[in-house]
Write a new protein. Structure first.
Length: 497
C-alpha cells in the first residue's frame, strides 16, 4: 500500500493549488484525478479575480499566468459593470484565462516539486480511523494517508462518503453552456431579453462561449446541439448558425454548502464544499483561495509543527466566506431574470453602483479583496488590518527595497518589524521569518479595500496565506500568543517542541 501524508481527490484548480501549497511547505502530497491528462473537455471557468492574482503573486508565480490571458479593469454584479481601477491592489483587474490554461500552468508548478498525480483513477471509497485514512481507487489499488481532502466537485464522493450534509437551495433555472463555431456574429456580452443568455470569446482564435437559459427545468439527459439551437431560437429568434461544438453542458442555479469543511481526517475544498450559479465568476476563485487557506495549516499539522486543532480554523474562516459568495450569487441570479419588475430593480441598482462608495464596496467583494477573518481578541490591538490581507507595500530592508509579497514566496510566516523592538521570537524561526524593514515615506498611511486609509502599524505578523495575524503599534503585547496560535509551540535548539 502506497502511503502519503495527504491525498487530494480531484486535480482541478483547487486540488492543484492545494497540492502546491503542501509541497511548498515540505509535506508529502499526492493527487488522484480521473482524467488521464490535464486537458479538459471544453474550456470551463474563464478567469481569475484580483485576490486570486494576489495569492499567486505571493507565491511568485503570477507572471506565469498573466501573459496567457487578457486583463480588464472591470468586475460585474449581475452584468452591471463595475470599474475596478481604483481598487487598492497591484492587480486591480480581472484576468480572462481559460481553465485548461490555469490547470496546465499549475501542473507545471507542481512538476517542479515532483508531486505525484495518479491519473485515470478515482477515489471510490475510504475508511478513516484515528490515525489514517485508507483510500480505495477505481483501479483496485489503495492508498493510505494521514488526511484526505475532497476537491472532487459538486457531486463529491468524498463529501458523501464522509456523511457531511450539503444543505441549500434546489434549482429554479437551468442553462446550457457550450463552446461552438458560428456563421453569424452574435451580439456579444450578457443579455436578459426573453431569458438570460450570453456570448463571449476568451481567445481571439477560439470558439464562441454560448450560454442560454433552457425553456424548462429538470431535464437530466445529455444536452445536444439541437437543444442549444432551440433554446437560442426561443430567446433570440436565431441560432447564429452554431456548429462544430467542442463541449455542451448543462448547469442549474442549485446553491448548496457543506455543513462542515472537516470531519476528522477528511476535509473539503472548492466545489466539493460549495456550489452556486456561476454568475460573477467566483467559483474557481473561491476554491483556489480555500486551498491557500488550508494548505499551510494542513502542512504544519502533518509535519508536526501544529496540533490538529489548527485545522478547525479552516472551517471557521472559509465557511463564512463561501456563504457570502452564495448569498451574492442568489441576489445576482434574481437580478438577472427578465421582466419589468426586475428591470425596475436593476435600474435602481445601476444608479446605486454609479456612486463611488457602493461601487467600490461591491467591486471589492466581487474581487475577494474585502475578506475579513474574525481573529481572536488576544491576537493584538484592534487595528483594521487584523484578519485582512496584507497590502503589497514596498519596504526598505537590508537587501534593498522589496515588495511584501516577495517575502511570502516560500510559504512561511513573516514577522515584519517596522519600528518596534521585537525579541523572544527565535523559537518560531522554523516557520516564521523576521524581517527588519522601514516604510517608504509615502506609506505612513495606506488604503485597505472598503475600509479606506489607515495608519501604518509598527509591526505585523503575516500568515503564509497573506492575512495579518497580529498587529503591533508600540508594544509586542499578544505577539507570542499569536505565534503559538498559528505556528505551534516554540522550538529551541537543544530543547523540546
Amino acid at each position: 500500500m502506497t502511503e502519503h501524508a495527504v491525498v487530494i481527490a480531484g486535480g482541478g484548480p483547487t486540488g492543484l493549488m492545494l497540492a502546491g501549497e503542501l509541497a511548498l511547505a515540505g509535506a508529502d502530497v499526492a493527487i488522484v484525478e480521473r482524467r488521464s491528462t490535464h486537458e479538459l473537455e471544453g474550456s470551463r471557468a474563464g478567469g481569475m479575480n484580483s485576490r486570486t492574482l494576489e495569492v499567486l503573486d505571493q507565491r511568485g508565480i503570477v507572471d506565469r499566468f498573466l501573459p496567457q490571458g487578457f486583463s480588464a479593469p472591470v468586475a460585474h454584479f449581475s452584468a452591471l459593470l463595475l470599474d475596478t481601477t481604483d481598487q487598492p491592489t497591484r492587480h486591480a483587474f480581472g484576468l480572462a484565462l481559460l481553465q485548461y490554461r490555469i490547470e496546465r500552468t499549475l501542473c507545471e508548478w507542481l512538476g517542479e516539486y515532483g508531486v505525484p498525480i495518479y491519473r485515470g483513477r478515482e477515489v471510490t471509497g475510504f475508511i478513516s480511523s484515528n490515525d489514517t485514512v485508507d483510500i480505495d481507487l477505481s483501479d483496485g489499488s489503495t492508498l493510505r494517508a494521514q488526511y484526505l481532502v475532497g476537491c472532487d466537485g459538486g457531486r463529491s464522493l468524498v463529501r458523501k462518503k464522509a456523511g457531511i450534509d450539503f444543505p441549500g437551495w434546489d434549482p429554479s433555472t437551468s442553462c446550457l453552456v457550450a463552446d461552438v463555431q458560428v456563421t453569424e456574429e452574435p451580439e456579444w456580452g450578457i443579455h436578459r431579453q426573453g431569458a438570460l443568455h450570453s456570448f463571449f470569446k476568451f481567445e481571439e482564435d477560439g470558439p464562441v462561449r454560448v450560454l442560454v437559459t433552457e425553456p424548462q427545468l429538470g431535464r437530466t439527459d445529455t444536452p445536444t446541439l439541437r437543444d442549444l439551437r432551440e433554446a437560442l431560437l426561443s430567446v433570440r429568434g436565431t441560432d447564429y448558425g452554431i456548429h462544430s461544438p467542442t463541449w455542451i453542458s448543462r448547469f442549474t442555479d442549485v446553491t448548496r454548502q457543506a455543513e462542515a469543511y472537516r470531519k476528522g481526517r477528511v476535509l473539503l475544498a472548492g466545489d466539493a464544499a460549495h456550489v452556486h450559479f456561476p454568475i460573477g465568476g467566483q467559483g474557481l476563485n473561491t476554491g483556489i483561495q480555500d486551498a491557500v487557506n488550508l494548505g499551510w495549516k494542513l502542512a504544519q499539522v502533518v509535519n508536526g509543527t501544529s496540533a490538529a486543532s489548527l485545522l478547525d480554523t479552516y472551517h471557521t474562516e472559509r465557511h463564512p466566506v463561501a456563504a457570502r459568495v452564495l448569498h451574492n450569487t442568489l441576489a445576482q441570479t434574481a437580478l438577472s431574470r427578465p421582466g419589468e419588475r426586475v428591470d425596475a430593480l436593476r435600474d435602481i441598482m445601476s444608479d446605486l453602483l454609479t456612486l463611488e462608495k457602493p461601487r467600490r464596496q461591491i467591486a471589492a467583494m466581487m474581487n475577494g479583496l474585502d475578506i475579513h477573518y474574525d481573529l481572536a481578541p488576544e491576537a493584538g490591538p484592534g487595528h483594521p488590518l487584523l484578519g485582512r490581507r496584507m497590502p503589497d507595500l514596498e519596504v526598505r530592508t537590508a537587501r534593498g527595497t522589496v515588495r511584501v509579497y516577495t517575502l511570502l514566496h516560500e510559504g512561511r510566516g513573516v514577522l515584519l518589524n517596522l519600528g518596534t523592538a521585537i525579541t523572544g521570537t527565535s523559537g518560531w524561526s522554523h516557520r516564521v521569518d523576521v524581517v527588519e524593514a522601514q516604510y517608504l515615506e509615502a506609506d505612513r498611511t495606506f488604503e485597505l479595500p472598503v475600509i479606506g486609509m489607515v495608519e501604518a502599524p509598527h509591526a505585523v505578523l503575516i500568515r503564509p496565506d497573506g492575512y495579518v495575524a497580529w498587529v503591533g503599534d508600540s508594544t509586542t503585547t499578544g505577539l507570542n500568543g499569536a505565534l503559538q496560535n498559528w505556528f505551534g509551540p516554540p522550538r529551541y535548539s537543544g530543547g523540546g517542541s
